[in-house]
Write a protein that binds this ligand. Sequence first.
Ligand code: SAH
Ligand code: MG
Length: 207
Amino acid sequence: MLREIALSTTGFMPENEGDALFTAAIEAGANCPGLPFVEIGSYCGRSTVWFGEAARLCNTVLHAVDHHGGSEENQPGWEWHDTSLVDKTTGCLNTLPHFEHTMQRAQLSQVVKTVVGDSPVVAAAWTEPIAMLFIDGGHGREVARNDYLSWTPHVCIGGTLAIHDVFSDPALGGQAPYEEIYLPAKNSGKFIDVSSTGSLHILRRVK
Ligand code: SAH
Ligand code: MG
């Protein structure tokens, strides 16, 4: 039922990767009970349905961080621009009403805490250890690097880091999530691979 809601939501999370995100989140909730989940990049809430449902089942909360103005590739003239997400009065992309509508449809509004803001700004004020962090925000190099640097230190030891749009082969997709998040996480010695499904990579923090 909830998968149907996710699949009928505008966004970029394929079904098998959403299912893998859900499974990893259920495990993360069991590994680190009582600690929250955090999603960077929610858009209209497609991935948030899978992740938020796992948070509900684990009796925790999901903080969903997005400025809701869309990434570079969502802006007018770019490949992933969707005119139906443009606010008629401002002429700017605004996914927030769509996100809230999705959370209401999925009955997740009590579990998913909507955090509207720029990811590094929100991270700078963050203090709580995180059971599972899912990074699916901007795919520019600097934005991806900032997400890695500002958020991953908050993942608790034994906690989970999920990264979307990881492509080791440049022919398959942009390199920023791979080179600025996935490789630095591995090279830090703090994260090890757990699994991968499509472009979704799941890692565990070991030290
Ligand atoms: N997880 C979503 C897709 C996210 S698309 C799904 O399943 O469909 C990437 C999102 O990251 C966009 O909504 C964009 O607004 C957000 N984003 C990009 N850069 C950001 C930043 N610096 N701070 C906050 N959100 C950002
Ligand atoms: Mg993505």
